[in-house]
Write a protein that binds this ligand. Structure first.
Ligand code: FPP
Length: 233
């Protein structure tokens, strides 16, 4: 693809949907879909950030995902611990800075430790930020920010000041992708999504590889972003 005519969004967000269906349609256990989804996540993060996007946010586990069967929750929690331990090398080599968004409550001490270590080990990396949303809810992020403000401040607050109280210092999302054909935002990054372009490819997340992302970028390039005004861009 030609970068001169393709627009590169500064902040891409992905709702990683369809791991379970990817697996069951192949006669496999749902967990196999999550394992495959993680392989795709590594590969596509590297690709997206190498193409010039500076921020990539992914929805790895919502607050509501704790309502899944305990066995699946345990599997995912264990996958997170193992992945963040094993792959700190990958993120360091790829020069990707990893940050996490979400509540720490309900996460094990072991998981919180590997998350902190990964954030620390990659803090000075410069080839883009991967924001992993884990035990994350968009409304919870806003309420958590309001509670910090109540502790901190008297008087009125502007949008710019408010932003500083969110989990991480991230710019607005330009492009939201949700795989698997579902067309919902599902409580993901409600503040940051205000002016995002939305895109819903039919493929399941494990199949969302380079070619699918190239198609997504072609679609993004065609969008006329007006931000409530009349002019282009
Ligand atoms: C949604 O698909 C996916 C999840 C709830 C988990 C997403 C997690 C990963 C891709 C692994 C990421 C790993 C790390 C280490 C960040 P689903 O299970 O809802 O699929 P379905 O809608 O087909 O059932």
């Amino acid at each position: 693809m030609n970068n001169e005519i393709i627009k590169i969004p500064n902040h891409v967000a992905i709702i990683l949907d369809g791991n379970g269906r990817w697996a069951t349609e192949r006669g496999l256990k749902r967990n196999k879909g999550h394992e495959e989804g993680y392989k795709t996540l590594k590969r596509i993060s590297k690709y997206i950030l190498n193409r010039g996007t500076k921020y990539l946010s992914v929805f790895a586990f919502s607050t509501e995902n704790f309502n899944r069967p305990q066995k699946e929750v345990d599997y995912l929690m264990n996958l997170f611990v193992e992945a963040f331990k094993k792959d700190s090398k990958f993120f360091i080599e790829e020069n990707i800075k990893v940050v996490f968004s979400g509540r720490k409550e309900k996460l094990s001490e072991k998981l919180i430790k590997v998350m902190r270590d990964l954030e620390k080990d990659t803090a000075n990396n410069t080839n883009g930020v991967l924001n992993i949303c884990l035990n994350y809810g968009g409304r919870a992020e806003i309420v958590d920010a309001v509670n910090k403000i109540i502790d901190d401040k008297n008087g009125k607050i502007s949008e710019e000041e408010f932003k500083k109280y969110l989990y991480n210092d991230l710019p607005d999302i330009d492009f939201l992708i949700r795989t698997s054909g579902e067309m919902r935002v599902s409580n993901f990054m409600l503040w940051q999504l205000s002016y995002a372009e939305l895109y819903f490819p039919r493929c399941y997340f494990p199949d969302f590889l380079e070619e699918e992302y190239d198609k997504a970028l072609e679609e993004y390039t065609k969008r006329d972003r007006r931000f409530g005004g009349l002019n282009n861009e």
